[in-house]
Design a protein around this ligand. Structure first.
Ligand code: AMP
Length: 190
């Protein structure tokens, strides 16, 4: 399997680049943020629980996210690969993902980290908030999410760097230029 983790702060372009990678490499896209927003819309117990964390810019508890991921992985069947978008966000989640994939006799092929300056992230997220009205794309919550990224999520990069599969790409450039770099990183592992 070709399994990718797309990593980076909120607003780095993970969703945009995931869509392009899915199309090029025929991957299944698992975005924990999308799954949580859909649960919130449906008003499920997980959605109701997650809402308070999301709207406060906090991470949803590891147990809830990992349980959700286990369900998604059960339904994979004949997938030729997966792109994990917005997951893992803690070292604990990264360890859990490794164990889950080992049970399926597979693992992460490459971790693609997209870097963008804080100022640009804030501008992008405010713009997205104005366009599509995500409840967590307002200045107060954006600032909290960036702090959470730096304190709780950034160490995930070190986890994959130790595994020798982390690649960092400058995400401040045009979408297609960033995409070309990501594809080079993936192709070098095929
Ligand atoms: P995203 O769409 O990836 O920006 O995620 C939106 C929000 O969902 C995040 O700010 C978190 O509150 C929550 N979330 C998404 N993925 C995770 C995760 N892997 N671990 C914890 N919380 C998550």
């Amino acid at each position: 399997m070709l399994n990718l983790v797309i990593f980076g702060p909120p607003g780095a372009g993970k969703g945009t680049q995931s869509a392009k990678l899915v199309e090029k490499y025929g991957l299944v896209h698992i975005s924990t943020g999308d799954v949580l927003r859909s649960e919130m819309e449906k008003g499920t117990p997980n959605g109701i629980l997650a809402k308070g964390f999301i709207n406060n810019g906090k991470l949803v508890p590891d147990e809830l996210i990992i349980g959700m991921l286990e369900d998604k992985l059960k339904n994979l069947k004949d997938a030729s690969g997966v792109i994990f978008d917005g997951f893992p966000r803690t070292t604990f989640q990264a360890q859990a993902l490794k164990a889950m994939l080992e049970k399926l006799n597979t693992g992460i092929t490459v971790m693609l980290s997209i870097t963008v300056s804080d100022d640009e992230l804030i501008q992008r997220l405010l713009h997205r908030g104005a366009q599509c009205g995500r409840s967590d794309d307002n200045l107060e919550t954006i600032n909290k999410r960036i702090v959470v990224y730096k304190t709780q999520t950034a160490p995930v990069f070190d986890f994959y760097e130790k595994e020798g599969i982390a690649v960092s790409v400058d995400g401040s450039r045009e979408i297609d230029i960033v995409f070309a770099d990501l594809c080079n990183a993936v192709d070098s592992k095929l």
